[in-house]
Design a protein around this ligand. Structure first.
Ligand SMILES: NC(=O)c1ccc[n+]([C@@H]2O[C@H](COP(=O)([O-])OP(=O)(O)OC[C@H]3O[C@@H](n4cnc5c(N)ncnc54)[C@H](OP(=O)(O)O)[C@@H]3O)[C@@H](O)[C@H]2O)c1
Length: 210
């Protein structure tokens, strides 16, 4: 019988929070030498797919790339929010149309990842930049599993972006020299997913770090 661990132990929880607190306190000082905002050159010739652009870091990445002239594909699960953002950005640019489009992608579904990549590759267009930004982060909550059978953090933050990157390689090769940029968290230093395999004659725990 495979018994799934329901939550982090208190030591894992504490160490996880120590990493997060350290980042929150020191990320500003560690990055104070960087120009902010960073002025981008004209990106008129680039096509960039950015995942998770409805909020946070991804939203800002998409806006700045679009304002620098790139063709930006917002790969999101919430198309309505993404379209509202595009309207906002265009109106703050006095009605100038930015080259942004929305495509549906739910990283909790590997079928969705395959569908997204197939749809994009079918265009036979070069892809210059893939930014795997979308991510989830919950701590102290009961583990949840996707319909594909993977722990949700493992799927959304690692497996699905890896699959997306591999499946988009034909388009990335067309856009060579292209780039894949992965946005992730120091949380990976402590993350664990444990499965305990139990039977009358066997008791084994598998732990893998993600
Ligand atoms: N903010 C930080 O301080 C920080 C620190 C370290 C690392 N990071 C990393 O930076 C990245 C962005 O973080 P953030 O703070 O900007 O996060 P955020 O504001 O919570 O945004 C996360 C984005 O990912 C999307 N997303 C979540 N689950 C998805 C799914 N199943 N399929 C497709 N999209 C999904 C969300 O879309 P919905 O609107 O549909 O939920 C949202 O657009 C993450 O990878 C995170 O691990 C952030």
């Amino acid at each position: 019988m495979v018994k799934k661990k329901q939550a982090l132990g208190w030591i894992e929880w504490l160490i996880g929070w120590m990493y997060v607190t350290y980042e929150l306190l020191f990320q500003r000082t560690k990055t104070s030498h960087l120009q902010n905002p960073l002025e981008l050159p004209s990106l008129n010739d680039l096509t960039c797919i950015v995942t998770g652009t409805t909020s946070g870091i991804g939203k800002e990445i998409a806006r700045q790339l679009a304002e620098a002239g790139a063709h930006v594909v917002m790969a999101v699960r919430n198309r309505k929010t993404a379209n509202e953002l595009i309207d906002q950005w265009c109106s703050s640019w006095a009605g100038i149309l930015l080259n942004v489009e929305v495509m549906e992608l739910d990283l909790l579904s590997l079928d969705s990842v395959v569908g997204f990549a197939n749809t994009w590759n079918a265009r036979l267009e070069p892809l210059h930049v893939l930014i795997n930004n979308a991510g989830i982060f919950s701590i102290g909550e009961t583990q949840k599993f996707s319909k594909d059978g993977f722990e949700e953090h493992l799927q959304v933050n690692h497996l699905a972006p890896a699959l997306l990157s591999v499946l988009l390689l034909p388009s990335l090769i067309k856009g060579s020299t292209s780039r894949i940029i992965n946005v992730n968290s120091v949380g990976i230093l402590r993350a664990q997913v444990r499965f305990r395999l139990e039977s009358s004659s066997l008791s084994t725990t598998f732990v893998y770090h993600v």
